[in-house]
Design a protein around this ligand. Sequence first.
Ligand code: ADP
Length: 551
Amino acid sequence: MTKRIFHSTCVVAISVFIASIALFMCVIYNYFTGVQHSQLKMQTGLAVQGVSQNGMSYLDGLDIDDYRITWIDKNGNVIYDSDKNSSEMENHLEREEIKEAFESGYGESSRYSNTIMERSLYSAQLLSDGTVIRLSIAQNTVLKLLIGMAQPIIIIIIIAVILSIVLASRLSKSIVKPLNELNLDVPLSNDGYDELAPLLKRIDRQQKQIKMQNLELTKKQLEFEAVTSEMNEGIILLNKNSEIISINNAAKKLFVSDNYYSGQNFLTLNHSYSVQKLISDASEKIASELKIHFESGEYQLNATPVISNDEVAGIVLLAFDITEKEKAEQMRREFTANVSHELKTPLHTISGCAEIMKNGIVKDEDIPKFSEQIYNETQRMISLVDDIIRLSHLDEGASDMKKEVTDIFSIANDVVKSLSNTAKSADVTLDIVGESTTLFAIPQLIYGIIYNLCDNAIKYNKKGGSVTIEIINSEKTVELSVSDTGIGILPEHQDRIFERFYRVDKSHSKSVGGTGLGLSIVKHVASLHNAQLSVHSIIGSGTTIKVIFPK
Ligand code: ADP
């Protein structure tokens, strides 16, 4: 701006100066022409006097360089001319100044002379004898004048240009200074130019509007961040160039490295082809998803384009933790395979026995043996199916069963009663220690836990062994422990016995009618009651399994 003002000021100053010089030259020219005319008239008067008194001898004795003198008779013929041979000159009667002199005694004119090839001033005066004396002088042209005054004019021009530059520079700086000093943070505090007041008022108004909008935006962003930061799902908002606008804590943990910066292109955080494809699909308005593995687990990544005015304005990325879902899926697959396998074995046995009996190969005395085998396998299948039904019932949350105030000691007594024959036939004593203790639980499931634990304690016991059920009622918990003096469990198996179909010794388990599901049902019921499970076992000495219920 300073430059523009400077240039404009210089141009104006120099133009005005040149125009002034031109006007001045015109005035000077007119003035000099007037002076020339009056001098010529005076000189003509002198020449008339000289010729009137001395005639041709006056003219012959004249020594004039600047002037041209011509003497013309009454008929217009040239008697004498200081520059040319008079006899060769044409008649001058029709010359304007001569004509005027003959008519009024004095005449003047100015014209371009073919004789001397330049513009001249003429002055003619009538003599008393009827002849006319004419003086002429070359007229000063503007160019001549200019050339004559060239030196002072050039000096003046140089001074004027330097002055213009200096003044224009100062002027432009002084005009721009208040503009440069404007404090746009507080527009109304400026008092530089009155003309700027409307602009400053408008800036002030707009600044207030922008501040309000910024506050509103910041508030919304904070709200959004507060909501999303606590979410377990990762949320990332990208603009149309795949640059990160917002990323919540969960997503940062998954994608962001230490050198992350706001506005970073998301594709620089994850170089995998599948993620790049997901983003490029979303950029072409195609919502898609993919499963992606991170150190923390399995995730599903959904990319949804945000469309505005039929164009993709951004992309929303959502990352869900599907580790549990995947695990459950895996468990379901394993469970189905295990169930099929567990059912296949007894079915083969039953089918084999039935086939032999059908073909009549079996002797009569062997029929009870085969029938018993079929019966046993069928019972095993029934127990297995019962356990599977129980487990799937628990998997579905056992919502049809309601928690109620339950006396766990009394339930344990019921279990002792129902297992007393089994214990007797296994040559194992079954005891219970404790007193009536209530807790808020589902009685059928508590019965199931105690029954399973005692059943195992008898099954995996030794002849002459014992099983003790203990109910300990403490301030904050109710502890159920089932201890036996049986075969014990090696430490490496202790964590795994609660898995579905996990058995330490498969043939032993089968021989005692085990399904491999009893402890997984116990674990499930314990978790439904928020109870803690623990195993303490010494191989060859016995096992204690504790279930600690919170009150
Ligand atoms: P099962 O129907 O085979 O008994 P469980 O789920 O009840 O299945 O138990 C899993 C495995 O844990 C059993 O096969 C057995 O090897 C082991 N086990 C359970 N309870 C005891 C115990 N009291 N003493 C020794 N081993 C046990």
